[in-house]
Design a protein around this ligand. Structure first.
Ligand code: SF4
Ligand code: SF4
Length: 78
């Protein structure tokens, strides 16, 4: 069992709260603008993510999700 960290770049408003809260400094703000005109967060160092969920809890726009996967490439279907 593994986990996958997903940022919905169309929900993200680029506030940077998740970047600040991440204890492993995984996240950064992109320099590419989203369809809604924001600069979204992304996982700059995904290999360092410990799936602590702090960023998910912190995000005011509920843009970050962590899902369980069977392996690192495949999502679990309910
Ligand atoms: S789950 Fe934890 S370690 Fe991973 S990006 Fe979010 S705050 Fe950082
Ligand atoms: S906390 Fe949410 S809205 Fe703010 S930058 Fe992170 S993902 Fe985007």
């Amino acid at each position: 069992m593994a986990f996958k960290h997903i940022i919905d770049s169309e929900r993200c408003k680029g506030c940077g709260l998740c970047v600040d809260v991440c204890p492993k400094k995984v996240l950064e703000i992109s320099d590419k603008v989203s369809a809604k005109g924001y600069f979204p967060a992304y996982q700059a160092r995904p290999e360092d993510c410990i799936y602590c969920t702090l960023c998910c809890v912190m995000c005011p726009d509920v843009a970050i999700t962590i899902i369980e996967t069977k392996d690192s490439n495949e999502a679990v279907t309910a």
